[in-house]
Design a protein around this ligand. Structure first.
Ligand code: SF4
Length: 500
């Protein structure tokens, strides 16, 4: 059994993911998303940037002995080379591989190693791939020096899974160099360094490894639980989603978090129907009355397959001769809003016009902001419909950045109408989530580019900047215009549906 840091990382995020990585049928995996490819590229760029500060030996590029120029080391050779370079006292080692087979320090105290090993007659090998091993002064089995593991991560926060893997690296390294390094480091985005306190992470590490080995030994497949944030970039997403759909799993009901799911299990509520009919007092005791009522109404809406009004609606959605539907495409990594898409609808003349204010170069952001302001100036009374807080936040950001006068900014903000806010405050719909895609599809609207999200636009824009191929921009424009149209249809439906 080979337990790598990747498997452990996935286990920490989602136990099912590591189980599928080991036992799942790879043919069931989704094709790698373009956005994920971009993340890998950005991450490698970040690593290269950090590496530029070091003189290092790259294990993967070492040529071994007298073999031909094209010969690169096998994995066992790379492992041996890592240790050999450490014993020689090389200052910085890049892409070293650390392994150990002694489980004694890696399991919880009460776990019997022999018991675990009966499931793995071939033994258990722990293997980790720290980005860098850096020599510092101190004593180790090699001499008057020892090594500290460093992981270079593209994230901006020291997430708990990063810390866990940092500790995993350090404790395996301790088995090799005979001493625990004083810390393990993370180098994050913007080259911020974070030192992991190894003592704090020993027990969590032992628990995770023990639980992982038990799950693996007994081949217990963890239940599916779809959570948008965690699952959206996972290669097993469609596989898991199909299972959740077939099971009519409660995780597909908006508002059901893993904790609430557990509470429902305790109450023996296992289907959407039983949730819709559950006693609200019992439910309220577990999760508070407000949440209980919301979840029940959500379940009722799904069972009856109809939209329901939530409480007293005290809002009037404006309808004017001229209306604006507004949607933005952004590249968050470089804090750039590169497309301000406006669909202008003239209800009296029954006409419409799409205005895509597009920064073909990132430096054009101020230009498109000005063009956007110029258009709005022509229609000072038009309401501006959009579908998230992001549009208002962006108006504020761009107005500050490009010194738009406050009166003008406030006037624009006063005309903004956030339809997402209205839907989530006043209506419950038979949908799996309240994204624009989900609501638009429920209304019967179809995007030209189906099955993609805003992250695909991030990839297209990146490709446009790299290749200059106009097709990428055309895809973005079409996608953005469709978002504006979906917002238009939603607004029409809301006006019809909500009590006047
Ligand atoms: S799709 Fe979600 S539940 Fe399935 S393996 Fe991936 S992260 Fe886990």
């Amino acid at each position: 059994m080979l337990l790598t840091d990747d498997l452990l990382h996935h286990y920490k995020r989602c136990q099912r993911r590591s189980f599928l990585d080991l036992y799942g049928d790879r043919k069931e995996q989704d094709r790698e998303k373009d956005f994920v490819k971009k993340l890998h590229q950005e991450s490698q760029k970040h690593i290269d940037q950090v590496l530029s500060h070091f003189e290092y030996v790259n294990i993967r590029e070492l040529k071994i002995g007298s073999y031909s120029h094209n010969y690169y080391p096998s994995q066992p050779e790379k492992i041996a080379q890592t240790e050999a370079l450490m014993s020689q006292g090389v200052d910085v080692i890049y892409q070293g591989i650390l392994t150990c087979q002694n489980l004694e320090n890696f399991l919880t105290k009460e776990t019997e190693i022999n018991h675990i090993l009966t499931y793995f007659p071939e033994g258990v090998t722990l293997m980790s791939y720290p980005s860098l091993l850096i020599k510092i002064a101190g004593k180790s089995k090699f001499g008057d020096w020892l090594y500290v593991p460093i992981n270079i991560k593209f994230g901006s926060r020291p997430k708990s899974e990063y810390k866990l893997i940092g500790a995993f690296n350090a404790y395996i390294l301790a088995e090799i160099q005979g001493v625990l390094s004083p810390y393990s480091s993370l180098i994050l985005r913007e080259e911020k360094e974070y030192k992991i306190n190894l003592e704090n992470w020993l027990i969590p590490l032992q628990e995770v490894i023990t639980n992982f080995l038990e799950m693996t030994a007994k081949k217990i497949e963890p239940d599916v639980f779809i959570s948008r944030q965690r699952c959206s970039l996972c290669p097993w997403y469609n596989h898991c989603y199909q299972i959740a759909q077939n099971q009519k799993h409660l995780c597909l009901i908006p508002g059901i978090t893993p904790k609430r799911y557990e509470q429902l299990q305790e109450l023996k509520i296992k289907t959407v129907e039983s949730l819709a009919e559950a006693c609200p007092v019992n439910l309220g005791e577990y999760m508070g009355n407000k949440i209980a009522i919301q979840l029940q109404q959500q379940a009722e809406s799904i069972v009856k397959n109809k939209p329901l009004v939530r409480g007293n609606v005290n809002i009037k959605i404006p309808t004017k001769d001229i209306e604006i539907y507004f949607d933005i495409e952004a590249e968050p990594d470089i804090n750039l809003d590169y497309l301000l898409g406006v669909l202008l609808v003239n209800r009296t003349e029954n006409t419409h016009q799409f205005y895509p204010f597009l920064a073909v170069k990132p430096e054009d952001e101020s230009k498109i902001w000005q063009e956007f302001l110029d258009l709005l100036k022509k229609y000072p009374d038009a309401p501006i419909f959009h579908f998230s807080e992001y549009e208002k936040d962006t108006i504020n950001r761009l107005a500050s950045l490009y010194h738009t006068d406050n009166q003008n900014r406030q006037n624009i903000l006063d005309h903004c109408v956030d339809l997402h806010n209205i839907v989530t405050n006043y209506i419950t719909l038979p949908v799996e989530n309240y994204s624009l895609k989900s609501l638009g599809n429920w209304l019967g609207f179809q995007w030209y580019h189906q099955g993609i999200g805003g992250d695909q636009c991030v990839w297209w824009y990146d490709q446009w900047l790299k290749t200059g191929d106009r097709q990428f921009l055309d895809c973005i424009l079409r996608y953005n215009e469709d978002d504006c149209w979906a917002t238009f249809h939603l607004k029409n439906w809301l006006v019809e549906f909500l009590p006047h």
